[in-house]
Design a protein around this ligand. Structure first.
Ligand code: ADP
Length: 174
């Protein structure tokens, strides 16, 4: 069973097997958590992302999908890049956001990763409200059959941490 834990801090400092990145579909880097991962991880990650783009994702990685690279100088073995949906008030994109987490864990399983750090995908530039994002994220991870032993949500500020803590306490039974 996966143990879901919460941490307040910077995901690039987590000593885990795999770090999940809230990338954008270009895979060529961006701001927020993506920028931090590339800055701290060094250029090897971006080189691998470029290769992936050239070989498999010429049109970009679609939202809800995930793909892995090595982790450069980060204290992890792999980075799993997933693309969150942009929040919409007119279209329900919850299934795509849930898919970011299930796909990331599926890839973690393929890699043999047991400990995984995850950010609050889509809650930054993509504007997904934190309470809703937290419920979707936690439900998707809890309901995923996976060999990952620890799924550690790493929240960058207290507000995000509190939203995840409340959602975790209020998570309906599986
Ligand atoms: P998105 O485009 O999917 O919204 P962002 O990177 O803009 O992605 O934001 C996703 C979440 O990651 C936000 O809650 C933001 O506060 C958080 N974040 C930004 N930098 C870091 C970091 N170094 N570690 C963990 N979380 C971070």
């Amino acid at each position: 069973m996966t143990n879901i834990t919460l941490a307040l801090g910077d995901i690039t400092e987590q000593r885990v097997d795999a770090i999940v990145n809230a990338a954008n579909s270009s895979l060529l880097g961006g701001g927020g958590v993506d920028g931090a991962i590339h800055r701290r991880g060094g250029p090897d990650i971006l080189d691998e992302c470029r290769d992936l783009r050239a070989s498999r994702y010429g049109k970009g990685l679609p939202a809800g999908r995930a793909v892995a690279t090595t982790a450069g100088r980060l204290p992890a073995r792999w980075v799993i890049h997933t693309v969150g949906p942009v929040f919409s008030t007119t279209e329900d994109r919850s299934a795509t956001l849930a898919s970011c987490y299930s796909e990331s864990l599926r890839i973690a399983d393929e890699l043999g990763a047991r400990t995984v750090a995850l950010p609050a995908v889509s809650t930054g530039v993509y504007r997904w409200p934190l309470d809703s994002a937290a419920r979707i994220a936690l439900t998707a991870v809890r309901d995923m059959g996976t060999s990952v032993t620890e799924a550690r949500f790493v929240l960058f500020d207290q507000r995000a941490y509190d939203a995840f803590e409340t959602a975790l306490n209020e998570l309906p039974p599986a």
